[in-house]
Design a protein around this ligand. Sequence first.
Ligand code: DGL
Length: 275
Amino acid sequence: MSDPRPIGFFDSGLGGLTVLYSIRERFPSENFIYLGDTARLPYGTKSPETIRRYTEQCIRALLKFDVKAIVVACNSASTAILNSRGTEREIDSPVPLYNVIEPGAEVAIRTSTSKRIGVLGTRATVASNAYARAIEQREPNAIVFQQPAPLLVPLVEEGWESDPLTNLVIYRYLAPLMSQTIDTLILGCTHYPALREGIAKVAGSSIELVDSAMAIAQMLEKDFSQEEKLKIHTTDTSVKGRLTLYATDASPAMDQTAKRLMKDDHLDTFQGFDL
Ligand code: DGL
């Protein structure tokens, strides 16, 4: 059985396109709807209550498109779902609701030998402790070291991925984690995969990098293989899926950034979306 309904993606802005890129590479026939809450970006500096409220609104908006699953690609927003899991604040969703924290934590545990794991994220992600909880629940022997790295998001937005200044900032943020002799580092923010090269250079070969975009792609692959969880659009690999882009504040400059992050010059333009 196939399911042509799109998969919904949500991020605070455009960074979630790095996650969508990994998933679209693996599942090119799927239809996708992306919603970036650009009008209220950034989430990583906001309180848990605000992030949760925004996240709920965006999930409700995506559900109106009759999606078959929702991927919360934003790490900061993912913490809002996880913090509430199993409590009265749980977010209701009639379709599978994916976050990027759990798959990232699972891959990090599998990757790490010493179980000394570092996390780089926004202030909100680090303050929520969501990665540390997800790791320690699954691997009680793990020790998690976290570092907020707020300056990295604007540097990527500026297109300064390879700028010497960015490398210095990366060094400043990584130094405290490296002094804890971690062997694995989670890139716990949508924008950091764009800095992978610079981070790898500073971290050196003794630290493995875990990209949550790859981790969530692997999780979807597993769920597609168990049809009762998620059904693919079509087995016909010649079919190219449709990607529709929405943003709560759309501007032509965003279309260029989207093309860069998705490595696709033929993307449709963003359409404005009113929550
Ligand atoms: N998308 C956010 C995240 O992954 C980074 C940008 C923001 O702070 O909104 O945490």
